[in-house]
Design a binder for this molecule. Structure first.
Ligand code: 13P
Length: 252
C-alpha cells in the first residue's frame, strides 16, 4: 500500500515576511493532511528559517536542487546534498522541467544528481514530463522512457526504492491547464509499467506524484486515480489554505 504524498515546490518565491505568514498558516492547518505525507521545498536559502518556524511535526522539508558533485569542494555557488541533509531536509526535487528547459540540465546530469542525492541519504523527487509539442507529435512515451531510463542506467532499478517520481506535463505547469485525471492516470500507469519491466515489486511500491496546476478543486479527482499517489504543487503551495486543502484531498 503506497502512502499518498504531497510536496510543495515554492520555486523562487518568498521573503522572510511572506514565509513567516505562510508557515504560520501551515502550522495551524497541518492536521488536515490526515494520513498523507507532506513536504515543503522552499528556496534553499530559507530552509533554516522555515525549519525554525515550522512547528507542525508532520511536515517535512526539501530543496529544489543540489550540486551534481558528491563531495564539498571548490564549486562556487553550489549547495551539496550533504549540506541539505545537514539542515534537516529529506527531499530534493530533481529534473524539474524548469531546470531542464531554462538551465539546460541534461538527463545525464539529472541522473548524476539523483545518484548524489541517494548516496547522501536524501529522497529525490524525480520530475519527468513532456512538452505539448512532444505530446502532439506522439512522442510522449519515448520522452518519458528516455528520462526514466537515464536514471535507471545510473542508479539501477534498486535506486527506485528510494526515489519518488513526479509526472509533470510541461504544458500543465503554471498554465491553469491540468491534465484530465484520465490523461494523468494513463501516463502514471505507463511509468509504473516501464519500471515493472525491470522489477514488479519496485514498480508497485514507487510513489508517483502528479504535478501541473493542481488546485483544491481538482485534487480529489486526480488523487482518486489508482496510479496517482499525491501531487507536486507549485502555485497553490504558496497559499496555506489551498495547500492544506490539497493535502486533505490526499489524506482522506
Ligand atoms: P503549478 O502547480 O504552479 O502548475 O506548478 C507545478 C510544478 O511545477 C510543481 O513542481
Amino acid at each position: 500500500m503506497r502512502q499518498m504524498f504531497v510536496a510543495g515546490n515554492w520555486k523562487m518565491h518568498g521573503s522572510k515576511a511572506e514565509i513567516k505568514s505562510l508557515v504560520t498558516g501551515l502550522n495551524a492547518l497541518s492536521s488536515r493532511a490526515g494520513n498523507a505525507k507532506v513536504a515543503i521545498c522552499p528556496p534553499a536559502l530559507y530552509v533554516d528559517y522555515v525549519s525554525r518556524s515550522l512547528s507542525a511535526s508532520n511536515i517535512e522539508l526539501g530543496v529544489q536542487n543540489i550540486a551534481e558533485e558528491p563531495v564539498q569542494g571548490a564549486y562556487t555557488g553550489e549547495i551539496s546534498a550533504e549540506m541539505v541533509k545537514d539542515l534537516g531536509c529529506q527531499f530534493v526535487i530533481l529534473g524539474h522541467s524548469e531546470r531542464r528547459a531554462i538551465y539546460k540540465e541534461s538527463d545525464f546530469e539529472i541522473a548524476n544528481k539523483v545518484d548524489t542525492a541517494i548516496k547522501a541519504g536524501l529522497t529525490p523527487i524525480l520530475c519527468v514530463g513532456e512538452t505539448l509539442e512532444e505530446r502532439e507529435a506522439g512522442e510522449l512515451e519515448s520522452v518519458i522512457s528516455t528520462q526514466i531510463n537515464a536514471v535507471v542506467e545510473k542508479v539501477g532499478i534498486n535506486g527506485f526504492k528510494k526515489i519518488v517520481i513526479a509526472y509533470e506535463p510541461v504544458w500543465a505547469i503554471g498554465t491553469g491547464k491540468t491534465a484530465t485525471s484520465a490523461q494523468a492516470q494513463e501516463v502514471h500507469a505507463f511509468i509504473r509499467g516501464l519500471l515493472a519491466d525491470y522489477d514488479t515489486d519496485i514498480a508497485n511500491g514507487v510513489i508517483i506524484q502528479y504535478g501541473g496546476s493542481v488546485k483544491p478543486a481538482n485534487a480529489k479527482e486526480l488523487f482518486s486515480q489508482p496510479d496517482i499517489d499525491g501531487g507536486l504543487i507549485g502555485g497553490a503551495s504558496l497559499v496555506a489554505e489551498d495547500f492544506m486543502a490539497i493535502c486533505e484531498a490526499a489524506g482522506e
